[in-house]
Design a protein around this ligand. Structure first.
Ligand code: NAP
Length: 248
């Protein structure tokens, strides 16, 4: 028995058309999982990576919680069950705290925190009913640190860490593991502005013990671990995958 084998498990990954979500979807599929991609944009590139994998695609805008219950209903109707939920979809809006706009605050909190909770609630109901499930939230280094110029993002990702622990406490005894991955600085659309700023880029690189930005594929091992029976006694953890950033 390979404890990391995901054969026959149905995994839902939000925001899987690009970046970290795409990397996690590919890793879960390579470990044997069936994949449901959920997002607002076409997932052509991801679907090309999932050739030969049992796969379903759901178009949904997670800037509000409205579609969350329907998403899980559709997953169960099309795939028969839900074993793994990866709450990856997220946005970032940057401005100095003194200038931060209410509309940016609401957009970031609604997408990164509110929809994550209500999608977890809907998935959790199905998982509790079947007596098993794995929920993996994508947190951030800003679940641990303050950061600068991203007040709503830091509030949301700190909230994601808290919710991860709360849901783990409520659902661990029901066979549902809730954990999070905290990516370090990963080369995706989310961080393009940082890499284009030569000074920020050099400052960030200079602090990463691994000496390089992360790739979306670097999240795959942690995702497979937290999605598999290898992590059955792991509950409420926020696992940094950051090239050593937090160790510095
Ligand atoms: P990304 O390439 O911008 O991916 C974000 C994903 O979320 C995209 O698929 C995006 O879809 C989706 N999304 C955003 N708003 C959505 C909405 N309203 N409805 C449905 N889907 C929506 O950035 P990423 O870096 O891979 O980010 C993935 C997650 O990792 C986020 O939660 C982010 O906060 C987190 N994270 C990233 C880093 C990093 O260094 N990159 C570090 C820590 C945490 P569209 O393509 O349609 O926008």
């Amino acid at each position: 028995m390979n404890p990391f084998d995901l054969t026959g498990r149905v995994a839902v990954v939000t925001g899987a058309n690009t970046g970290i979500g795409q990397g996690i979807a590919a890793a879960l599929a390579a470990a044997g999982a069936d994949i449901v991609t959920v997002g607002r944009s076409p997932t052509d590139a991801t679907q090309a990576m999932l050739q030969g994998v049992r796969h379903h695609d759901i178009r949904a805008d997670l800037s509000s919680a409205t579609p969350t219950a329907g998403i899980i209903d559709e997953v169960v109707a099309k795939m028969g069950r839900i074993d793994i939920l990866v709450n990856n979809a997220g946005i970032i809006r940057r401005a100095d705290a003194v200038d931060y706009a209410e509309a940016d605050w609401d957009a970031v909190i609604d997408t990164n925190l509110k929809s994550l909770f209500f999608l977890s609630q809907a998935a959790g109901r199905a998982m509790i009913a079947q007596g098993s499930g794995k929920i993996i939230n994508v947190a951030s280094l800003l679940s641990f640190q303050g950061g600068i110029r991203v007040p709503a993002y830091t509030a949301a990702k700190s909230g994601v860490a808290g919710l991860t622990r709360l849901l783990a406490c409520e659902w661990a005894s029901k066979g549902v593991n809730v954990n999070a991955i905290a990516p370090g600085y990963i080369e995706t659309n989310n961080t393009a502005a940082l890499r284009e700023d030569a000074k920020r880029n050099a400052d960030i690189l200079g602090r990463i013990p691994a000496g390089r930005w992360g790739q979306p594929s670097d999240m795959g091992g942690a995702a497979v671990f937290l999605a598999s029976s290898a992590s059955d006694y792991v509950n409420g953890v926020v696992l940094p995958v950051d090239g050593g950033w937090l160790a510095r």
